[in-house]
Write a protein that binds this ligand. Structure first.
Ligand code: SF4
Length: 200
């Protein structure tokens, strides 16, 4: 089943690369920027963790130990926390770099673009409010992207919202079209907690 999921990822990445390229005047993603991995609840599914595990298994023992230690600490912190949703730094982030980048999940791949969520207005990624993607045309007070800022900067390409919300991309409809199943979904730490590889 993982091979079908990989086919889907190849298709998705083709689209996402085009989207990121088309939005280049607004994108500040670069190696070492780890805002989107530093504090979140990271929706993940079982099949995404299966892929993540392939990347984890290729790491050296020191990195594996570091990740397992982080997972243990996050689980303990979560058990004591009353925060909803419980947010945490991703345990796979080491020295501000994803240690399993080629094997990362869907949410990791889509983050940074404006997206559409059914029944809601378009969503701007939170890093815009922290001086990153789309911040060059964001009016924080109005919570809007401003056409006049585009003109001032001489940017011709319009900001565009894409249909890349996690719930849509991980819907049964999408999975069935590609012939695989996502399995159980939840916060990354909860899905990891149920996998023998990450139990410590
Ligand atoms: S798996 Fe990698 S890209 Fe995804 S949140 Fe964790 S560190 Fe970031």
């Amino acid at each position: 089943m993982l091979d079908k999921y990989l086919e889907f990822l190849e298709y998705l990445m083709g689209s996402l690369n085009n989207y990121f390229n088309s939005q280049a005047p607004y994108i500040k993603c670069k190696l070492g920027c780890s805002k989107c991995c530093s504090n979140g609840d990271y929706p993940f599914s079982e099949i995404e963790v299966e892929l993540l595990k392939l990347g984890f298994n290729k790491l050296d023992d020191d990195k594996k130990k570091t990740i397992l230690t982080k997972i243990g600490k996050i689980k303990k912190d979560k058990a004591k926390s009353t925060k909803t949703p419980f947010t945490y730094p991703c345990p796979f982030l080491i020295d501000d770099v994803c240690s399993v980048y080629e094997y990362r999940g869907i949410i990791c791949r889509t983050f940074g673009l404006i997206y559409l969520k059914e029944g809601e207005k378009m969503k701007i990624p939170f890093c815009a409010y922290e001086g990153l993607n789309y911040s060059n045309i964001l009016d924080k007070e109005k919570d809007m992207l401003m056409a006049d800022k585009m003109q001032e900067l001489g940017i011709e390409v319009e900001p565009k919202a894409y249909n890349i919300h996690y719930d849509f991309l991980t819907s049964e409809k999408v999975a069935h079209a590609f012939g695989f199943e996502y399995g159980k979904k939840g916060s990354l730490i909860d899905i990891l907690s149920e996998d023998e590889t990450f139990k410590s």
